[in-house]
Design a protein around this ligand. Structure first.
Ligand code: GLN
Length: 503
């Protein structure tokens, strides 16, 4: 048997099933690993007593004859999901010491479940993971608490906003983690840290208990080491929830079975026979870093060997997705963050003269620079006289971007391209330049604006021996075919199995 921390989700689940391992053993081992790698800054809090209690509960469920691929497997949650038994800060001083009275739906479904709503998958929560403040960022440097280092090179960012999730899984502190993706925050850190991550179709996972950034874009999803592990996690996280009116009313999906189901006409040598992969020419601009271009094209050649055909397509409004997103997301954020007023939640200034002064001081002290910037942009684009010029135009373009995708999907089954224009950059390299951060989101924003499912999978290495991610985008609710293609690629390659040195 491998060392415990080397096991992925599916593998650890099998070891638990065969009684080669107990959840308590796995949990103790990983808690020690978390403590030994605190220098990475990946976790904001842990609770060993709580985790070991959950592990014993999982072991008891197995002893009583229950089975489950995830039962007793440890993970941690991005600190944007509220948790009843652990603090939740959303990476912000605004929520220092905040305790939620309930668990987010995703947390409950992966964990113990909820009374009256059935048992959960029985995973063990090791702690909460660092992230950019209110999930706003691409490098995790907007966390109010601490920077996160990339395990592949400690002088580089892990990506963001789910940077703690990515660093923790890449460093083998845990086999998987949850993340959220509004404009790329699962896919981009997965790419920067050599992981597999999936942002499902908007509505597949409930947003109940996910601290809102831009509600029409926010989606939860897993970061793990393989498509198989992502399929198992997504199956447990997803499903209709009457507490989120935007969650999709679909029967529960077995993504793992969909991932394994052979395609019509496929053969052992050509498992992807007949699959048409569209390459939007705008995803391969001349400005794309040559190392990223090389790794992505090599991965696409591998897809061809597996039987897929590559088709040229176009997403003509790709560049516009940056201004469109950076109008819509701040607009929604400015509204969502208005609830942090020093009265109902979070930080309140120690001294103030009157109510208005209390609002001003509490919000000035509680929010960091990026959150303030977005509140100001959002308030501006929604204000009388500017609404039509900015917000309404952005909404119209958002629809056109979604229509562009449908035109592509008439000619292909999946769309592929890079996740990000470069590999992970150096810590501090863009921290004073918000626009440079925004521009790096160019390839993840289109699928977010359209509400489409997107995946990141390790495709090779580039500059500085840093991981490069390949993005696959599917049509609405096509998570199954997406995971199927990613899994076939991972059966034929081992990029996803590479481990950063020293971990
Ligand atoms: N980088 C993007 C932003 O800063 C996306 C963040 C996200 O997906 N949460 O808004």
């Amino acid at each position: 048997m491998k060392a415990l921390h080397e096991m992925g989700v599916a593998e650890m689940g099998r070891a638990l099933e065969r009684k080669q391992l107990s959840s308590a053993e796995a949990t103790k081992h990983l808690l020690a690993r978390v403590a030994a790698h605190e220098h990475l800054g990946a976790l904001l809090c842990t609770d060993a007593t709580l985790a070991l209690r959950q592990a014993s509960a999982a072991d008891a469920r197995r002893a009583a004859g229950e089975r489950g691929a995830l039962l007793g497997v440890p993970l941690a949650h991005k600190d944007i999901f509220v948790t009843r038994d652990l603090p939740t800060t959303a990476g912000s001083k605004m929520l220092a010491n905040y305790r939620s009275p309930f668990d987010a739906t995703v947390v409950a479904r992966l964990g113990a479940g909820e009374p009256g709503r059935g048992a959960g998958a029985g995973m063990v929560t090791l702690g909460k993971l660092n992230c950019d403040e209110f999930a706003m960022g691409s490098s995790n440097e907007n966390s109010a608490w601490r920077v996160v280092k990339n395990p592949w090179d400690a002088s580089r960012v892990p990506g963001g906003s789910s940077g703690g999730s990515a660093a923790a899984v890449a460093a083998r502190l845990m086999p998987a983690a949850t993340g959220t993706d509004t404009g790329g925050s699962i896919r981009q850190p997965a790419s920067f840290c050599g992981l597999t991550g999936i942002k499902p179709t908007y509505g597949v996972c409930s947003r109940y208990g996910m601290i809102a950034f831009a509600s029409s874009l926010d989606q939860a999803g897993p970061l793990a080491r393989s498509a198989e592990d992502c399929a198992l996690l997504l199956g447990a996280m997803s499903g209709f929830d009457e507490r989120d009116s935007t969650s999709a009313q679909r029967p529960p999906q077995d993504f793992h079975a969909q991932m394994l189901a052979p395609r019509d006409g496929a053969t052992a040598a050509h498992p992807l026979k007949g699959l048409r992969i569209g390459l939007p020419k705008e995803f391969f601009p001349t400005a794309l870093a040559p190392d990223v271009d090389r790794a992505v094209r090599a991965a696409l050649a591998e897809f061809e060997l597996l039987g897929a055909t590559l088709v040229d397509v176009s997403l003509p409004r790709t560049e516009l997705s940056i201004p469109v997103y950076y109008i819509i997301a701040p607009a929604e954020a400015s509204s969502n963050l208005s609830r942090f007023d020093g009265v109902r939640y979070g930080h309140r200034a120690a001294t103030y003269t009157d109510l208005e002064d209390m609002y001003k001081k509490s919000r000035s002290e509680g929010f960091g620079a990026e959150a303030k910037r977005r509140i100001m942009i959002g308030t501006y684009v929604l204000s009388h006289g500017y609404y039509d010029a900015y917000y309404l135009q952005a909404q119209k373009l958002r629809r056109m971007i979604a229509d562009d995708f449908q035109a592509c999907f008439a000619r292909c089954d999946l769309i592929a391209g890079p996740v990000a224009p470069t590999v992970a950059w150096k810590l501090g390299a863009k921290s004073d330049d918000p626009v440079a951060n925004y521009l790096a989101d160019i390839f993840t924003l289109p699928a977010s604006l359209a509400g489409l499912p997107g995946m990141s999978l390790p495709a090779g290495f580039g500059e500085g021996a840093m991981p490069v991610g390949l993005q696959l985008i599917g049509n609405y609710f096509q998570e199954g075919p997406l995971l199927h293609a990613a899994h076939a690629f991972q059966q034929a390659t081992d990029w996803h199995a590479r481990v950063p040195q020293g971990y």
